[in-house]
Design a protein around this ligand. Sequence first.
Ligand SMILES: C[S@@+](CC[C@H](N)C(=O)[O-])C[C@H]1O[C@@H](n2cnc3c(N)ncnc32)[C@H](O)[C@@H]1O
Length: 210
Amino acid sequence: MTTDDKTARLGSVYQAESTEDVARVYDAWAENYDSDMSLAGYRHPAISLAILARYVPKDAGPLLDAGAGTGLIGEWLAITGYPHVEALDLSRGMLAVAERKGVYRALHQAALGTTLPFPDNHFAAIISAGVFTSGHVGIEGLDDLLRICRPGGVIVLTIKDVLWQASFKQRLAELEADGICALIDDTGPYVSMPGEAGTTPSRCIALRVA
Ligand SMILES: C[S@@+](CC[C@H](N)C(=O)[O-])C[C@H]1O[C@@H](n2cnc3c(N)ncnc32)[C@H](O)[C@@H]1O
């Protein structure tokens, strides 16, 4: 595998035009994903985990890793002692790699932006890293996460800064005004893959569900 292979895989993900395209690209990438992201210096899992740990105790209840991919976050949540974490992802190939790690209580193949297969108020916290980004999931993915997170629960999301500026910031202001959730943390912009030339900034936010 060369650096050019890795750059081509990253490029095809961001240019995907449909959920089927996204799933296809990640299915094909799954076996190389962890090593590619390690080479790229991928920071979202560490940053989102730090934010989650600031608000969510180990015994809070079930957690959802939304867009879990190969389970990088699941591994770290297991190491740091969160006993019940479930994974959801669009890509069966990515979930297959995650399953081999043996760190999730359950794995669900489903698409953010649709009605998710969980009851209302189910999860104590939701973490989603690298998913609300160009060519993946936009603001439409947030509503159902708010539905399945319990009152008082916390949702930690990384968001590509262009999406934040274009739609998230405004939508969150509306949700706060309606008393649905509150923005409780915001890292401000940072680069998620410092090893990858041209990576545009993202931020990591935390919401408290009302
Ligand atoms: C950059 S990876 C991040 C994976 C993992 N969270 C991490 O930080 O390593 C993006 C993941 O989002 C998933 N994804 C993209 N669109 C999705 C959607 N609409 N619903 C669920 N998962 C989606 C992809 O299949 C992929 O596994």
